[in-house]
Design a protein around this ligand. Structure first.
Ligand SMILES: *Cc1c(COP(=O)(O)O)cnc(C)c1O
Length: 371
């Protein structure tokens, strides 16, 4: 890409999936065209925000929506929307919420850092974070006991960073919130299902626009109309410091429209990862298998087990060399402690399998030479 050379940036091969640190996702040609269109035209921004909100509502099944510049901004804006109820004098006071109902209750295990801090985003929106339970145990009573007249909302985070089975479930949190006439906010930033959580009755669901949906850098929320109206009003307050531009509004709308008919290219994924595995399997000390995503999504990755006694180099060391390589190669390293590296085919461009295979091969050959 010409731009990378103009700025003298390292080329990157992404075999890791949707990672923010290396640019999350790439947009389809039609989404890229929409972004370009957006940059080159004037629009009435309020009308455009309302139109994109309707697209969000249609694609999620929610009453209404609100576009944001990221899921992180969505957390802050959602909290501010609930606390201010969309009243301008209060909007202008955020993040100062003294004397207002401002407590946001969250299970301790959901207090994660996804690259940014969940609790900081809540505070940015004027929320006072009330953590309940312990990181590995949260009882129903812990949450119910924390609810009082200053409680503004309950918060739930869905992420691979959260040990989801150790706390109270989403269904329980929805029921508990509604029993006390409180809204439930859900951070579903990286989730793929746009309808499930709304259908379960969650009041505000937050998504990232650049992850599963493969839009430009953006985010959005879907939910009950009173909260979505109040959320859009925040663009007169803290939302201004986190505004989404017209080009990203345009790209987000098109990405959302395309998402329901998205082709996962399962056959191509399996063919390319099988080819890669067949080659890597022949290297002494590596065994490679094609495996479906643990969460059941339509992703077929090559899982490479490194037997370091034979290769004379550990999976961790191979990973480090791959990142230092030019072009830099980023693979998935979730199970690196077990000696496993995985290749995610979704983000690979034509022919990059070859570079990955030959680089791994030469790293291992180099290691055995030094033995
Ligand atoms: C990625 C992520 C975010 C942040 O999303 P951005 O759109 O990058 O701000 C928030 N929460 C979770 C669980 C995430 O995975």
């Amino acid at each position: 890409m010409e731009l990378l050379d103009k700025l003298n940036l390292k080329h990157v091969i992404n075999a890791s999936g949707k990672m923010t640190a290396i640019g999350v996702s790439t947009a389809s040609p039609t989404v890229a065209e929409a972004v370009k269109d957006g940059t080159q035209n004037f629009v009435e921004i309020e009308q455009m925000i309302n139109a994109v909100s309707r697209v969000i509502a249609e694609e999620t099944g929610a009453e209404d929506g609100c576009p944001t510049c990221s899921a992180s901004a969505g957390i802050a804006i959602a909290v501010a929307a609930i606390i201010t109820e969309g009243k301008l004098p209060l909007i202008e006071r955020i993040p100062n919420t003294e004397g207002l109902k401002n407590e946001i209750i969250i299970q301790k295990g959901h207090v994660i850092n996804y690259g940014g801090s969940e609790v900081q985003m809540i505070r940015l929106g004027g929320g006072k974070v009330i953590e309940v339970g312990a990181s590995n145990v949260v009882a129903y009573e812990h949450i119910e006991e924390a609810i009082n007249e200053r409680t503004a909302a309950l918060m739930f985070v869905k992420s691979h960073h959260v040990l989801q089975e150790q706390g109270q479930s989403l269904e329980t949190m929805v029921a508990l919130a509604h029993k006390h006439c409180l809204p439930l906010i859900m951070d579903a930033a990286a989730e793929e299902d746009l309808r499930k959580y709304i259908a379960l009755g969650v009041d505000i669901v937050l998504y990232s626009g650049g992850k599963a949906i493969e839009g430009p850098t953006s985010g959005f929320m879907a939910g009950k109309s009173q909260y979505m109206i109040a959320a859009r009003e925040q663009y007169k307050g803290i939302g201004r410091a986190m505004k989404i531009g017209k080009e990203n509004l345009a790209g987000l709308a098109i990405a959302l429209r395309e998402y329901r008919n998205k082709n996962h290219h399962v056959k191509e994924q399996i063919a390319s990862m099988t080819y890669l595995c067949n080659v890597l399997d022949r290297i002494d000390g590596l065994s490679c298998t094609v495996t479906k995503d643990d969460a059941g999504r339509e992703i077929y990755r090559a899982q490479i087990k490194v037997h370091s006694k034979v290769t004379k180099i550990t999976a961790k060391q191979i990973n480090k060399r791959l990142i230092e390589h030019n072009p830099a190669i980023y693979v998935r390293h979730h199970f690196i402690d077990q000696g496993i590296l995985s290749i995610d085919p979704r983000t690979l461009k034509n022919g990059q399998e070859e570079t990955i295979m030959s680089t791994i091969k030469s790293i291992i050959q180099g290691a055995s030479k030094h033995d």
